[in-house]
Ligand binder design. Structure first.
Ligand SMILES: [Cu+2]
Length: 360
């Protein structure tokens, strides 16, 4: 111990002396006006607690971004209708594909049913049985995990090998809005690559009637390039560091700013929200409005909170929010974690036809 300690002291002294010499050489070079680059800092005096910076491609788009955003069909956020009968069959084929996640920004996803992200919206009524047939058309194992299901995950949520199909059933017993996702390890990578979607279980006893119903799935993207010249893929280090490049509703930055969701004055709009993550929450808020009824955590067997401003939808969770707006105007809906707004998690609810917006 003693020897080691002394050795340490000697080493520190040597490094200190080296640093001092380098410093004095640098000062001399500077005083001579010498433009040679300064000597690199010796590794031993670098701070080991400072991680290497990761490059961010946040917000980088091509020059014609606006044009591209206008030309692109938005993901249809409208809640699809219920199906009749006791059994609802859902078929999904997993596929590797390249999608656009922001104007001119391409990303290599693993997609549920050729949808890119999110996968198809599933809408059932409490008590219906879902028969899920999953076919793996991708190149590695995948699976599907429904938060709406009470089921043994080792059987139902098991991996499907490439080329394999398998079917399982569950009865939707708990009304709410739920995430589904691929649960294959590492789950962080499979969700970050776009393997998620929403399932809505409508309660047997209907919710208050509303005029418009939209489903929004929040998620974030972590990229190893800007995705402009060639498609980006997942940067796992950035996903672990929670350093998002883009944050989206329904998989594409700002799509409902360019193509707003709509309501008429005096109407109530219901937002079914899922935060898919993989890691970020959605802090749901409607600018200029109030969440008149808020089923926090998407639990529809509970009474809603009333008249609240912002509700956290946790990663892996859901929320149902009714918003009544009387006056004509453009009302942004956001995650009020504003870094995420900057990265694309914002849209507009266009109420009536405010001046200058007749094109939509
Ligand atoms: Cu997967």
């Amino acid at each position: 111990m003693m020897v080691k300690g002394m050795l340490g002291l000697v080493l520190v002294a040597v490094f200190a002396a080296t640093a001092a010499v380098l410093f004095s050489l640098d000062s001399m070079a500077a005083s001579r006006g010498d433009d040679k680059p300064a000597a690199a800092t010796p590794a031993a005096v670098q701070d080991p607690n400072v991680a290497l910076p990761l490059a961010s491609f946040a917000g980088q788009v091509p020059e014609n971004a606006e044009e591209l955003a206008k030309a692109r069909e938005p993901y249809d956020a409208t809640l699809p209708p219920l199906q009749s009968g006791d059994l609802v069959r859902v078929n999904m084929t997993l596929k590797d594909m390249t999608v656009e996640i922001a104007p001119g920004v391409k990303y290599n996803t693993w997609a549920f049913d050729g949808h890119g992200a999110p996968g198809p919206i599933i809408h059932v009524r409490e008590g219906q049985t879902v028969e899920m047939k999953l076919t793996n058309g991708g190149s590695i194992p995948h699976s599907i995990d429904f938060h709406a299901a009470r089921i043994a995950p080792d059987r139902a949520f098991r991996d499907a090998q490439p080329g394999e199909s398998f079917t399982f059933r569950f009865t939707a017993k708990d009304p709410g809005v739920y995430m589904y996702h691929c649960g294959t390890k590492p789950v962080l990578a499979h969700i970050a690559n776009g393997m998620y979607g929403a399932i809505i279980v409508e309660p047997k006893k209907s919710l208050p009637k509303v005029d418009n119903e939209y489903v929004l799935v929040g998620s974030e993207w972590y990229m190893n390039g800007d995705g402009i010249k060639e498609p980006a893929s997942l940067d796992m280090a950035k996903a672990r560091a929670r350093m998002s490049d883009w944050v989206t509703f329904n998989g594409y930055a700002n799509q409902y700013v360019t193509h707003p969701l709509t309501a008429k004055p005096g109407e109530t709009t219901r937002f079914w929200i899922v935060a898919a993550g993989p890691t970020s929450n959605v802090n749901f808020h409607v600018v200029g409005g109030m969440l008149d009824r808020a089923w926090v955590n998407g639990g529809l067997t509970n009474l809603p909170q009333t008249g609240v401003q912002t509700v956290i939808v946790p990663a892996g969770g859901g929320g149902v929010f009714d918003v009544k707006i009387d006056d004509v105007g453009l009302y942004p809906f956001v995650s009020h974690a504003f870094a995420d707004v900057d990265l694309g998690q914002v849209g507009l609810l266009k109420v009536g036809n405010p001046p200058g917006t007749m094109s939509h």
